[in-house]
Design a protein around this ligand. Structure first.
Ligand code: HEM
Length: 159
């Protein structure tokens, strides 16, 4: 059961990371509508991941590092930085999303983002995403590395 939840958690977070990359690519091409859809998918999948991850923890399923000693410190530095930034990522993503949604409401549609009532929100959206995107990418990439390390060198300690 916990193992299946873990596998779905991995699938949802990998897809969420891909949707983030697609969303960033789309806004670079000026495709706002498609950007919005990709980002909503990324946030929704990340939320599903969070629920699955917390369920897995509540079932008491955990893996501990049981790999080469000379890699232990590097692994823990990676793990701790991942946990700290994953925690920071939640308010960062919410701040970015909140300003985008308020901006869209003020603009009426995404062709009108320079309307005076909307511009401030989208400026703040841009300011938030300057931090959100690199943090989110770091969390995604380190999360995948941790998964691969534990898949090869992890030992199930509970569940
Ligand atoms: C947490 C989710 C989101 C992230 C990480 C994100 C990320 C980004 C990034 C990286 C940019 C480019 C910023 C720049 O060029 O300096 C951007 C711009 C933009 N985003 Fe998002 N976005 C998110 C959600 C949304 C949503 C839900 C909407 C629509 C309601 C939206 C609408 C826009 C628009 C219209 C722009 C262009 C702003 C401008 O040109 O001033 N974004 N976003």
């Amino acid at each position: 059961m916990a193992e299946t939840i873990n596998q779905w958690a991995v699938i949802t977070i990998v897809l969420s990371g891909l949707a983030l990359c697609v969303g960033v690519y789309l806004i670079r091409r000026g495709m706002r509508e498609a950007h919005m859809r990709a980002m909503i998918v990324a946030v929704a999948l990340a939320s599903v991941f969070l629920v699955l991850y917390l369920t897995r923890l509540s079932l008491g399923y955990e893996k501990k590092y049981d790999g080469p000693e000379e890699w232990r410190t590097a692994y823990f530095v990676l793990l701790i930085s991942h946990i700290i930034l994953a925690t920071a990522n939640l308010p960062l993503a919410l701040g970015a999303l909140w300003n985008a949604v308020k901006g869209l409401k003020a603009a009426g549609n995404l062709g009108n983002i320079d309307a005076p009532a909307a511009r401030g929100y989208f400026n703040r959206h841009r300011a938030w995403v300057r931090w959100t995107v690199p943090v989110w990418l770091y969390v995604a990439v380190t999360g995948w590395i941790i998964y691969i390390v534990l898949h090869s060198y992890g030992e199930v300690i509970k569940g």
